[in-house]
Design a protein around this ligand. Structure first.
Ligand code: ZN
Length: 256
């Protein structure tokens, strides 16, 4: 498999659009192409793959806002795979439904409600090479998670647990480049002795782009929202119950 990231609205939203391509068939999914102006040049001139579906991780305009335009211009007659609230959606996969992309990629829809009720993460496995990755939209960011706009801590906890149950070597592709800001908050919660978090902080200082560089295994080590029983997190929140810890962490991050 091959994943191309296309930055959109850089420095004022830091959104990512992704192209996930099956190497042998060159068929691809175009994931969250929200701002066609920012990516059309690439899609027209450089993209060599055959886009077979537009896919949204959730309905927010900064993820689904390009659906209508792209359907009427570059990609007539292809499906829009997304949750029920996305514009022009033609197909909503059920939780754990598997969809084939090209010859070798199998993609599992992982329903992760909380940021929005229609949030879906897409877990892709290349059956030939064994590569794995997951497109997490605004549910999971590197060392962070999305705001609870349509859900609560209980839902986010169970959604992140679904992602934590994916294989450790699954590469994470989040919907925004928020890592540098997340690291500052995570340091304030996890303390200075978390080696993985310190490594991530160093990486952020040297690299503007962090998407695709970290795995589910890394997240379990440096993401406080995945470490609700970590003594440092318990101390920082002053709470023990994992759901209460999740709600408190989110409230702390919102006002950080
Ligand atoms: Zn969102």
């Amino acid at each position: 498999m091959h994943v191309t990231y296309l930055p959109m609205r850089w420095k004022c939203g830091d959104n990512y659009c992704y192209i996930l391509t099956d190497d042998s068939s060159t068929k691809s999914w175009l994931i969250d192409p929200a701002y066609p102006n920012d990516i059309e040049d690439y899609l027209v001139k450089e993209n060599k793959s055959e886009v077979t579906a537009i896919v949204n991780t959730h309905h927010h305009n900064d993820h689904s806002g390009g659906n209508r335009y792209l359907l009427s211009s570059l990609y007539k007659n292809i499906p829009i795979i997304a949750g029920k609230d996305s514009p022009n959606v033609s197909y909503t996969p059920s939780d754990e439904e598997v969809i084939q992309l090209g010859d070798n990629i199998e993609i599992t829809a992982v329903h992760t409600p909380c940021h929005t009720q229609d949030s879906i993460c897409y877990y892709a496995v290349d059956k030939k090479t064994g590569e794995k990755c997951v497109f997490t939209g605004d549910t999971l960011f590197t060392s962070g998670c999305g705001r609870f706009f349509e859900g609560d801590g209980k839902q986010m906890k169970s959604s992140l647990e679904k992602l934590m149950s994916l294989p450790d070597d699954t590469v994470v592709y989040p919907g925004h480049e928020y890592t540098a800001g997340n690291v500052n908050f995570s340091l304030s919660v996890l303390g200075k002795n978390n080696t993985s978090l310190n490594d991530l902080a160093k990486f952020c200082k040297q690299n503007e782009v962090t998407t695709g560089k970290f795995t589910i295994s890394d997240e379990k080590k440096f993401n406080p929202f995945m470490r609700l029983s970590d003594p440092e997190v318990i101390q920082s929140t002053g709470l023990n119950d994992p759901i209460e810890v999740m709600d408190k962490l989110r409230a702390m991050k919102n006002s950080f």
